[in-house]
Design a protein around this ligand. Structure first.
Ligand code: ATR
Length: 276
């Protein structure tokens, strides 16, 4: 049987764990696939050339990572179609062909929700705060509301960006127009939340978030993964249950794999094996 070809396009790309994750899924369901990493210069015409060459060459599916998720969105807008979640996120992480045309989806937010549910963190009626108002934050708002969140407060260093994000989301989507969405400066976020999610790009940098001393949460999630994350250490000390974002990475990959191949995979098993 001819191997199916998949790729992840990014810049930088060397660190990507996607090939390992997708090969693990392929093994789970007995498929023999080729999944490679593709570096791309950071400009629109290079990105378009890489995507076009990949699909012309018979490629089945492409993942798109930093900094190309918005470019992928625009390319699909021009040339093909977009899923509801890609439209709400304003970004695409999963590309495929549909009736010969480019189609873009976004599985990041649902990947997060699936991981939270696998952890048994309750989302129904949850009061959630998201810190950060960039692309990462934008992609998770609709899936969290669909999973039952009662309200979402977006706290950002630049409050006007959080407000802009909410205005964009509410003007473009009926479900979001009726949702309880609020903005705050990070240091003004206080009181008690059920879940706080770090969606900033602060990650492992020396900077720390100016978190209020009165801010409490039952669950804290950092969309980054890797070494000890200061955000999670802060809330763990206050007694919160915490998780980094490795499960989200696996979760979004599982959904991409399912879209491309039609096979459902076991994300939890993948998380346990790959985290070792
Ligand atoms: P991404 O696509 O990963 O979300 P982005 O669109 O560049 O990346 O957004 C980065 C987010 O991290 C923003 O919310 C940014 O805050 P500003 O909008 O005020 O720039 C936030 N961020 C980055 N570094 C930060 C820091 N040192 N302190 C607080 N917030 C930070």
């Amino acid at each position: 049987m001819v191997k199916q070809h998949f790729v992840v396009i990014g810049n930088p790309i060397a660190h990507s764990k996607s090939p390992e994750i997708h090969q693990h899924f392929a093994k789970q369901v007995g498929l023999d696939i080729n999944y490679s990493k593709q570096y791309c210069p950071n400009d629109t015409s290079s990105f378009e050339a890489v995507v076009t060459a990949f699909f012309h060459g018979g490629g089945i599916g492409a993942n798109v990572t930093v900094p190309f998720k918005q470019m992928a969105f625009e390319l699909c807008q021009e040339q093909g179609g977009l899923s509801k979640h890609a439209l709400a996120a304003g970004a695409v992480n999963t590309l495929m062909l549909r009736q010969g045309r480019l189609f873009g989806d976004n599985t990041d937010g649902q990947g997060l929700v699936n991981h939270l549910q696998a952890l048994n963190w309750p989302l129904e009626q949850a009061q959630i705060a998201i810190i950060g108002a960039g692309g990462a934050a934008r992609g998770i708002v609709l899936p969290l509301l669909e999973a039952g969140a009662a309200s979402i407060t977006i706290a950002n260093r630049t409050v006007s960006k959080a407000q802009q994000l909410i205005d964009d989301l509410q003007s473009g989507h009926e479900r979001l127009a009726k949702a309880s969405l609020y903005t705050k400066a990070i240091n003004e976020l206080n009181g008690e939340y059920n879940l706080i999610i770090n969606a900033t790009s602060i990650g492992l940098s020396e900077d720390t978030l100016p978190l209020s001393k009165t801010l409490q949460t039952t669950y804290a999630y950092d969309m980054m993964y890797g070494r000890k994350l200061p955000f999670l250490q802060h809330f763990a000390k206050l007694g919160a249950t915490t998780s980094d974002g490795f499960g989200m990475l696996v979760g979004q990959a599982a959904l991409s794999f399912e879209r491309w191949t039609g096979h459902r995979v076991d994300s939890q098993a993948a998380i346990h094996i790959l985290q070792r």
